[in-house]
Design a protein around this ligand. Structure first.
Ligand code: SF4
Ligand code: SF4
Length: 167
């Protein structure tokens, strides 16, 4: 994240109480799985359910959330870095969505600051493309089938620019 955005986001997120970490199950690229394990995350905190993801507790909260904060903040999953943007993949197109203000108080802040919006949008796209390009088509299909209510489509980007057939 951009440092200025990170500072503001921390304050807003602290008041929000990690709403987006409830029922999150963020997907993980193979590289992110390796990074998490190398940094002491227990293999038992990662599960495979059509794609690798962080587990949730029985109450639905992400197992990485402690006291309302992410305990793997510096190497958290790509989609957590991308928030409040999210995505799905349709064919060879990555569709980027922005959550509604009602889901995430950060959205209003971004909409009010076009420069900050542009910075975080770039961070989101880079993380989402990195994740999506690392996953198998069947894994992307499972992720893309997860409903994303209360979001607006804000961009459509080729999954593999200049190579419509994929890698
Ligand atoms: S929902 Fe938005 S404001 Fe709340 S913790 Fe998540 S990113 Fe932060
Ligand atoms: S990994 Fe961290 S930021 Fe992502 S859902 Fe879990 S607690 Fe939240």
């Amino acid at each position: 994240m951009n440092p200025e955005f990170e500072k503001t986001a921390s304050a807003i997120c602290a008041r929000c109480g990690a709403t987006c970490c409830h029922e999150a199950r963020p997907p993980l690229s193979p590289g992110r799985v390796a990074l998490l394990l190398a940094n002491g995350v227990s293999p038992g905190d990662i599960e495979y359910a059509g794609y690798h993801r962080i587990r949730t507790r029985e109450n639905g909260m992400c197992v990485m959330c402690s006291g309302g904060k992410c305990r793997i903040h510096s190497f958290k999953p790509e989609t957590c870095r991308a928030g409040p943007f999210t995505f799905d993949v349709e064919g060879e197109t990555v569709r980027i969505f922005l959550k509604h203000d009602s889901l995430c108080p950060l959205v209003a802040f971004l909409k009010a600051d076009p420069a900050m919006y542009a910075v975080q949008f770039r961070v989101a796209v880079n993380n989402i493309l990195s994740l999506a390009r690392s996953l198998e088509p069947d894994e992307l299909a499972v992720i893309s089938a997860i409903p994303e209510p209360d979001c607006d489509l804000v961009a459509e980007i080729p999954l593999f620019p200049g190579n419509p057939g994929g890698p």
